[in-house]
Design a protein around this ligand. Sequence first.
Ligand code: HDE
Length: 683
Amino acid sequence: MKDDKTTARTGGETHQTAGGKHDTMTTQVGMPIADDQNSLKAGPRGPHLLEDQIFREKLFHFDHERIPERVVHARGYGAHGTFELKESLEDVTRARILTEVGEKTEVFVRFSTVAGNKGSADLARDVRGFATKFYTREGNWDLVGNNIPVFFIQDAIKFPDLIHAAKQEPDRGFPQAQTAHDNFWDFISLMPESMHMVMWIMSDRTIPRSFRFMEGFGVHTFRLVNAEGKSHFVKFHWKPKQGLQSVLWDEAVKINGADPDFHRRDLWDAIEKADPPQWDLGVQIFDDTFADSFDFDVLDATKLIPEEDVPVRIVGTMTLDRMVDNFFAETEQVAFQTGNIVPGIDHSNDPLLQGRNFSYLDTQLKRLGSPNFNHIPINAPKCPFAHLQQDGHMAMHNPKGRANYEPNSHGLGPREDAERGFRSYDEEVSGTKQRVRSDTFADHYSQARQFYLSQTDVEAGHIADALIFELSKVERLEIRSRMVSHLLNIDAGLAEMVADGLGLEEMPDPAEAARPVIETRPSPKLSILKNAPDSFAGRKLGLLLTDGISRETFDDVRKAAEKAGAVVEIVAEKVGGVTTSEGKRIAADQKLDGAPSVLYDAVAVIASDEGAARLGRMHGARTFLADAHAHMKFIALSPEARDGFWTAAVDEDPDAGVFVLEKDGARDFIEACGALRFWERGE
Ligand code: HDE
């Protein structure tokens, strides 16, 4: 709740200034300002005077508004919420957040893309970051994950190379926010360890419909440690209660033009409209016996543990229900660190995780400019804290009293607590000091193959299309061919499709594999479509209306959609809306040209005879319908739109995914929309 005294109402919105308390504008140090329109000059047309401290302070501060964007994950969007534990993991951990059933812990989540700059578009084909800060009663725990359970590389020392290769090329400064260029595929094709991740990034996982419809993964194997000091391994999962959903590549490209903030807007709208997204937290827990018997090394972040081998146990639920008050203060300044763990959770020796533990602390100093970045409210713990660190830039809390060292005989200051305090797992470690990659990390193709074979035909086709698209943007032929040589180790059929799609003149030999490929059974959990929801809840229906329609037809569709939990957006030629045959006005939310059908999960066109003929003459209306059809969407049409508009836009007959709004048409249409897409159309 905001304090009334510190807020002022402007244009109906609650507004709070940086200082808060006054209506009178002041300088940073509180001096009231008489004129905020004109700088101080020698005469009305004369030069500026250097003594104008009001002007200088304002411009000085403005000039320093930006902080360096994140070197990766620069574009992101955050929201607040809570996590509630439903099942105790007391047998395997002493972490309070995983043992106190029913306790609610505040969280802040930042979703992001990886490669693009801060201003890039949301629908880039890219891995999504899924970073969660749990403000637990035993300190902050940051689970800094992605929406893909594996990673490109095995050792953190290759991370700068990976990111240099993925980002814009250094001489020309483009392309940004895309991997469809020579440097990325050159590097990747020289790194067989990235092949499993390549299958994931070329799948629809990298073009999610929104943050609300993606899974999250901690990626690395972590440890849970119980009160007796016994350790189990754990992998963390986030499962969206809304179900999984992605867009098609052609939609992604068009959404980026129509609404580059598509994912931001989606999260904002869902939370502001009180439809808070939820994710279940799941854990895969296993011990050394399983780890030793597993075909791959559990410390290798390019591998996952199939859910069919170790089921995911759901232990709690996270709800995101509050947007930030200020984007910069919260989403931009939030500083995640894999090093932030709590008693009962510990790191494993995954060489990627070990490297991250160094990098995140280091990067925060660069971005936020002071070792006191944890004094910023979004980063500060919400539990009591006490230490003797002091001073530094922007220090907000300094120790009080005489003793700022420990031990001291003043009897002042905090002391360690052997019982409550964090203890690393007593792992025995020995070894020769060397730069070496473990032999157990050497299989690079088996899980890539397993992922590919676990997809539906539609999804497998998308992977081939994505590879063809990306490699077609690569100029050097040997890179295309080198990639195909890896695909031959994953699936011969895929390699052939890609080679054919690229028009490769000669099929290369398969890349040399350090280990023979192991045939593992497909894992249906790796597919989006095999795990798709059967509900239209939380989705968006685009309703294209014309003048002269019947109010009843419109009401039927709108009510059926809203009953199913969907959001309806009205699109019309003019944003002012349309007039029904009964002479009633229906206001539109969007003007047709600004709202192509790619912004919607399903569309309906309700037109009068005259309106249908008019739509048929409008390019925007024809592409609205033609695209919805090409993108396998469910479509509903008023009889007039079917008779007078359909053929102007689509050169195929309406199929079983197209509904006519007669009798129970609206109900049947919305029920069908639960399947999200009419894939049969593409067969
Ligand atoms: Fe990150 N990563 N990363 N990363 N990462 C950063 O930290 C890094 C890796 C991830 O919303 C940076 O605060 C290294 C894997 C997310 O603020 C930086 C390595 C995974 C975010 C950094 C990795 C991630 C980051 C840049 C190789 C998934 C955004 C800004 C060992 C498990 C967090 C920052 C946010 C951000 C380093 C690999 C996820 C430079 C060295 C694997 C979600 O510290």
